[in-house]
Design a binder for this molecule. Structure first.
Ligand SMILES: NC(=O)c1ccc[n+]([C@@H]2O[C@H](COP(=O)([O-])OP(=O)(O)OC[C@H]3O[C@@H](n4cnc5c(N)ncnc54)[C@H](OP(=O)(O)O)[C@@H]3O)[C@@H](O)[C@H]2O)c1
Length: 262
């Protein structure tokens, strides 16, 4: 699946990995639909994408608000959407025992239910048009638990269950699904992560700061999206934890109890 002349809806396009992927794809003469809540940031990304040669429609909406998701879909329902790439999401920095259920729910509303609502609204449109490619952004902590990330990790695990089921149900409808599994990528995710008050953590974590750049990540992601890989791991040495969890679980149990939370 080449990007050229395809209509590609990208959420989380105002910042970090989603923005870098939008900018990378815009070099291939695509028709982009870009989303996020921050309208100013969205316009800036759109301007650069247009300079790179792609057409752009900006559709700002809040993944945590079902009505906002529905309104966004109605804005683009007349388009033939070839690809839906989900990057919108929010992380967490708080211990289980300090985190009120309202914060757990907020993280699920954005990362899981918002993503699912958008997917369910776009799926029939894609099926009607003969199929399409969906990509959802999980995380390495969608493959194992991690301190200070309980609801975030759980929301990403949930995405695996949902999207693997969607893929299995819809092979006959020519719906292809890629699950992106980033390790640490240097973005503002830790700044926007929710603390135990449901407020932004507001700090660039040391580990985050040492991560792969979003531009490098976007190049790797785009190469693998073109090939419609079912799982796309992207990151640095931290990816080794995925293999340790799978093949040497005892070592993972030991290491995960020693990991510095930030
Ligand atoms: N960076 C990493 O190390 C890492 C690792 C694993 C997975 N990920 C995943 O990668 C994806 C992108 O994260 P990032 O690192 O690029 O972080 P980021 O720079 O904070 O970007 C997050 C994006 O999600 C959007 N977003 C957040 N809440 C939203 C809401 N309620 N409604 C609509 N859009 C919302 C933001 O846009 P607005 O603020 O404009 O709404 C922004 O465009 C996320 O799903 C994240 O979980 C990141």
């Amino acid at each position: 699946m080449q990007f050229s002349n395809k209509t590609i809806w990208i959420t989380g396009a105002t910042s970090g990995i989603g923005k870098a992927v939008a900018l990378e794809i815009s070099k291939f003469n695509a028709r982009l639909i870009l989303s996020g809540r921050n309208k100013l940031a969205l316009m800036e990304v759109a301007d650069t994408c247009k300079k790179n040669g792609s057409s752009v429609l900006t559709v700002p909406f809040d993944l945590g608000d079902e009505q906002s998701v529905a309104a966004a879909v109605s804005e683009v329902a007349d388009q033939k959407i070839d690809c839906l790439y989900h990057f919108g999401g929010i992380s967490q920095r708080s211990f289980v025992q300090d985190t009120p259920l309202s914060v757990d729910r907020r993280i699920f509303e954005v990362n899981f239910f918002g993503t699912v609502a958008l997917t369910k609204a776009v799926l029939p449109l894609m099926i009607k048009n003969g199929g399409g490619h969906m990509a959802v952004t999980s995380s390495i902590v969608g493959k194992f638990g991690f301190p200070y990330r309980s609801a975030y990790s759980a929301s990403k695990h949930a995405l695996h269950g949902f999207f693997e089921s969607l893929r299995a149900e819809n092979k006959k409808n020519n719906i292809r699904v890629s699950i992106l599994i980033p390790g640490r990528i240097k973005t503002n995710i830790s700044m926007h992560a929710l603390n135990n008050q449901g407020q932004p953590h507001g700090k660039m974590d040391e580990g985050q700061d040492k991560g792969m750049t979003s531009e490098q990540a976007a190049k790797i992601i785009c190469r693998k999206l073109v090939r419609e890989k079912k799982e796309i791991l992207v990151g640095g040495v931290d990816l080794i934890l995925v293999y340790i969890r799978r093949y040497i679980p005892c070592l993972y149990y030991f290491l995960s109890s020693k990991i510095k939370p930030l």
